[in-house]
Design a protein around this ligand. Structure first.
Ligand code: HEC
Ligand code: HEC
Length: 441
């Protein structure tokens, strides 16, 4: 689905990022946000995000596939286990991919190719086909495989009937929902959603690891070993940076670049059996990711590096989450084992869905022991938001010594890729401040 770019919209999103950076710079304490901290615009976005009446038939909200208790991804343990892919509002319809986290997505810059690093970075969705959260938020309402509304006018009509109509009019003006052009009101809805997704409630930076960085708590011995491996021998930080950026942005655990980690097919993906009108390739379907969207063979199989914040967040220990863009793995241990042994014991894994461009330099043969795999998982478990320190730390926590990375290319990228992101972020902030006089509608 193509949605025309609206200049005003992108300025708005940049301003959101600007507000974010400023807010974070001003106070790290305020990063622990609660619902009362939402602005009226963010609050409106939240109402829309959780409203199950905005689908056809009714019953599906954004939150049905992006729920806070699991880190704004899919909240149904059984679906995660069986398919990893969520049904749409209309019976029997499925998309082709797992819902990524809608939290921390606000930080993804517009997708751009970096000539020097020869890599794409930024954008929304696994394949980066949308520029920003405002453009993204319009997609699900009209996508027949998701919320399945016939038109923007239909969605706006439902908001007109909602119990937050008053809030909408307070935020955007008394006539906002009655304009002859429904696209305008639809656009305002998308902006409110983007504001909520950019809020500190959604991006709370409140994990145990954040508390550790703020020297408010200590990590266990195992978590510390996991961190040292993550940033060293296991080379995870080459794509999932664990350190704050130079501009003060706390670590996002993604550099928003694209890679093919060689994800095996997910045989449970219902998309293989979808109507030929939706999936003409049937069981032979391959998800080409960014390469499919760009129609560029050199990018086949590459998808955007997801944040690792909240990867372990779940309502109870037995709850199952699915991982990778097609939901093929069902535990973090499985993911880490795959990264560690993919090229050492290839027979233990199904072949990659897309053979081209599999990254064999930075992952696949990490040489971790079974216990070290567990240590990395223990570290990933410190990235769940909502951590409450049991007691003030007795001793001053220390950052562990980090062993040099196993991969030389990883070393190279560790600095360079981080730099791309920081430079981009600065540019966004500068542009936003330059155009701030055009901000008011
Ligand atoms: C039926 C499940 C479903 C519903 C409902 C849904 N999403 Fe998603 N969402 C997904 C899937 C699947 C993807 C990834 C699609 C892709 O990459 O092609 C996604 C991607 C996203 C992303 C991109 C994140 C990133 O890092 O790239 C955001 C943000 C998002 N959704 C927000 C929303 C909002 C806002 C709504 C409501 C207007 C919504 N979603 C409704 C399943 C859903
Ligand atoms: C070369 C870049 C790169 C390196 C190195 C890397 N990752 Fe990833 N990671 C990715 C990409 C790209 C994806 C998405 C792949 C997909 O969905 O097919 C991903 C996905 C994941 C996921 C799944 C997240 C989700 O929401 O489904 C986890 C967990 C993960 N990585 C952890 C790690 C750990 C732990 C390490 C180190 C052992 C690591 N990664 C090293 C690029 C990388």
């Amino acid at each position: 689905m193509t949605i025309p770019q609206n200049r005003c919209v992108s300025v708005f999103t940049r301003l959101l990022s600007l507000a974010f950076v400023v807010a974070l710079a001003v106070s790290t304490e305020s990063a622990r946000a609660t619902a009362e901290d939402l602005s009226p615009l963010e609050h409106l976005g939240k109402q829309i995000f959780f409203d199950k009446n905005l689908s056809n038939p009714v019953g599906q909200a954004c939150a049905s596939c992006h729920a806070p208790e699991v880190g704004f991804t899919g909240p149904d343990s059984e679906i995660n286990l069986k398919t990893g892919i969520y049904p749409g509002a209309a019976p029997g319809r499925y998309g082709n991919r797992k819902p990524p986290s809608a939290a921390y997505a606000a930080f993804s810059p517009k997708r751009e190719f970096d000539q020097k690093e020869e890599t794409w970075a930024g954008g929304q969705f696994w394949d980066g086909r949308m520029d920003d959260l405002v453009a993204q938020a319009k997609g699900p309402f009209l996508n027949p495989l998701e919320m399945n509304n016939a038109s923007a006018a239909d969605v706006v009509a439902k908001v007109r009937e909602s119990n937050y109509r008053g809030l909408f009019e307070k935020v955007y003006g008394a006539k906002a929902l009655n304009a002859a052009d429904a696209d305008e009101a639809f656009d305002l809805m998308a902006r409110a959603i983007a504001a909520y997704e950019s809020s500190r409630e959604v991006n709370s930076f409140s994990s145990k690891y954040d508390a550790f960085l703020a020297r408010e708590t200590t990590l266990t011995a195992q978590e510390l070993r996991g961190l040292a491996l993550f940033a060293g021998k296991a080379n995870c930080t080459a794509c999932h940076p664990h350190q704050a950026a130079a501009d003060g942005t706390p670590p996002l655990f993604t550099d928003f670049t694209y890679d093919n980690v060689g994800a095996p097919r997910n045989a449970g993906n219902p998309f293989y059996r979808a109507d030929p009108a939706v999936n003409p390739d049937g069981a032979k379907y391959r998800d080409l990711g960014l390469g499919g969207f760009l129609n560029d063979k050199t990018q086949h199989g590459k998808v955007k590096v997801p944040t690792l914040r909240n990867v372990a967040k779940k309502p109870h220990p037995q709850f199952v989450k699915s991982y990778l863009h097609n939901g093929t793995f069902k535990s973090l241990k499985d993911v880490v084992r795959f990264y560690n042994r993919r090229d050492k014991t290839p027979d233990a894994f199904d072949p990659p869905d897309v053979e081209e461009n599999v990254n064999r330099e930075e992952l696949g043969k990490l040489g971790l022991t079974d216990a070290e795999e567990d240590d990395v998982v223990a570290f990933l478990e410190t990235l769940s938001d909502g951590f409450v320190a049991p007691q003030p730390a007795a001793t001053e926590p220390e950052f562990p010594a980090i062993a040099p990375s196993a991969s030389t290319r990883g070393d190279h990228f560790k600095g360079a890729r981080d730099v791309i992101r920081v430079v981009r972020f600065r540019r966004v902030v500068e542009e936003a401040s330059r155009s701030s006089d055009t901000r008011q509608r």
